[in-house]
Design a binder for this molecule. Structure first.
Ligand code: 5AD
Ligand code: SF4
Length: 441
């Protein structure tokens, strides 16, 4: 009988990819199968995120809950960014945890499960250890890491500490992996990295020099691959060459994540983001001039230390000008090992924005964005998108898929649509939901 694995994944796409990698390793090497019920699991893994303080705080109460409901001989492991960041402190604080495996050590999962009470969190790297194990059940969409870690020193961010220096994975490994996926039926590939468009700056050893734009171009030449997405690029590195390739190449999906963080030049400088509001808007304008239907998503932090009302108004101004298709917004959360937290501790003139003020700024931003979305979605009525169908929503009996611009579109159909592309006309817009009908088979 197969052993059962329950895994909870928090955080970003990188963590999802790491979980997929862990699942594949345990399936191949240790004959585990997945369960969604922690009570029947032989191994419970929590793949953690530490980008904000709240989920990190919740970790120990979660471990406590799993410890209560698990089978008596089941093991509990903590992986991911909080594992990297807290290391063996997790073992000291919780007797229920059997092992701790850092974000950069996921490929050692099949070894660590046989150890007792250890923490492996080093951040060295070599290409051979970072195997591309085949992963998920769905082969339609695949994820490939193109770089790990981050070299930027954004002053709010814990990631360089948890995931280490930025290292690009050799292009040959990425291309081989992409080809293998496509041979197995993958139609869409998501390239992952903390800072994807900084690709090619540093490899772990001698490798062919290649930048992100060239990598995109080479991947797009794989026969049978239909779509390429990537996350996250940094607005600073969106040079003209990149924009030209992005606009020209039909396989590159016309949806981009551009993490703004703040619209205020004063705050952007304090965050050490390396660009100005004007540069950001210029990049958006340039891309939209070439791709009028481009979908743009963003991340925004409100309440960064010293953020004034005027600074916040600059952020709102960018929201009005860009009218982002997706927005992830957060209240600044002080993180250990970051420059901003050091300032808060050392410099009396630098203070946290009052909680009530930060909360009201966040609410304002989110509400305004919701209004914008309703206005923008209404414009979708009658538009035709090419949809790749991915899943079936049992409750509403609707097939679901995404457009090139990453819009979720739902369609009623008697025949199975999954895995296929169809042109779909939007005939109904319900809030954020788009309903359509197939116009061409
Ligand atoms: N506080 C709040 N939000 C943060 N993010 C990163 N660090 C912090 C922090 N200390 C947000 C950024 C990033 C996203 C993944 O999380 O917006 O783009
Ligand atoms: Fe992803 Fe950052 Fe969270 Fe780690 S800390 S899981 S890199 S968002």
């Amino acid at each position: 009988m197969n052993k059962k694995l329950f895994i909870e994944t928090l955080g970003c796409a990188m963590n999802e990819r790491d979980s997929a990698h862990i699942i594949a390793e345990l399936r191949e090497k240790e004959s585990y199968c997945l369960t969604d019920n922690p009570r029947e699991a032989d191994l419970i893994l929590i793949n953690t995120c530490s980008v904000r303080e709240k989920p990190e705080k919740k970790l120990f109460s979660e471990i406590g809950q799993y410890a209560k409901l698990k089978k008596s001989n089941a093991k509990i492991g903590v992986c991911g960014c909080t594992a990297s960041h807290l290391g063996d402190t997790i073992l000291k604080r919780s007797k229920a945890v059997d092992f701790v495996l850092g974000a950069r050590n996921v490929s050692k999962i099949a070894q660590i499960i046989h150890k007792e009470r250890v923490a492996w969190v080093d951040i060295d790297y070599d290409d051979s250890a970072y195997v591309f194990s085949q992963n998920s059940n769905s082969t339609l969409k695949g994820m490939i890491n193109i770089s790990i870690g981050c070299d930027k020193q954004c002053t709010y961010c814990i990631v360089p500490h948890t995931r280490g220096n930025e290292i690009s994975i050799p292009a040959q490994l990425i291309l081989d992996e992409a080809r293998k996926m496509v041979e197995n039926g993958t139609k869409e590939i998501l390239l992952l990295g903390q800072n994807v468009n900084n690709y090619g700056r540093r490899f772990s050893s001698e490798h062919r020099a290649i930048n992100f734009t060239q990598l995109l171009n080479e991947i797009s030449q794989i026969n049978g691959l239909e779509r390429i997405r990537f996350t996250s690029p940094h607005p600073l590195h969106m040079d003209d060459d990149f924009i030209a390739e992005f606009a020209r190449n039909p396989k590159i999906c016309k949806a981009i994540h551009m993490p703004l963080q703040s619209g205020s030049n004063v705050i952007l400088q304090k965050m050490k983001r390396g660009y100005t509001k004007e540069w950001f808007l210029n990049r958006v304008e340039k891309m939209r001039s070439l791709i009028p239907d481009l979908s743009i998503g963003t991340d925004i932090i409100v309440g960064f230390p010293t953020e004034s009302e005027e600074d916040f108004l600059d952020t709102l101004d960018v929201l009005e000008k860009v009218r982002f298709d997706t927005l992830y917004s957060f209240i600044y959360s002080p993180r250990p090992h970051t420059q901003a937290q050091k300032w808060l501790e050392m410099d009396k003139n630098i203070e946290l924005v009052e909680e009530e003020v930060a909360k009201s700024r966040l609410a304002h931003l989110k509400n305004r964005h919701k209004e914008i979305l309703v206005e923008e979605n209404a414009k979708q009525l009658g538009k035709i998108h090419k949809i790749l169908f991915e899943s079936f929503d049992e409750t509403n009996a609707l097939f679901e898929g995404r457009s090139d611009t990453n819009k979720l579109v739902r369609v009623q159909s008697k025949s199975d649509l999954i895995g296929k592309f169809y042109d779909v006309k939007i005939h109904q817009v319900k809030g954020a939901q788009l309903l359509g009908e197939i116009v061409k088979h």
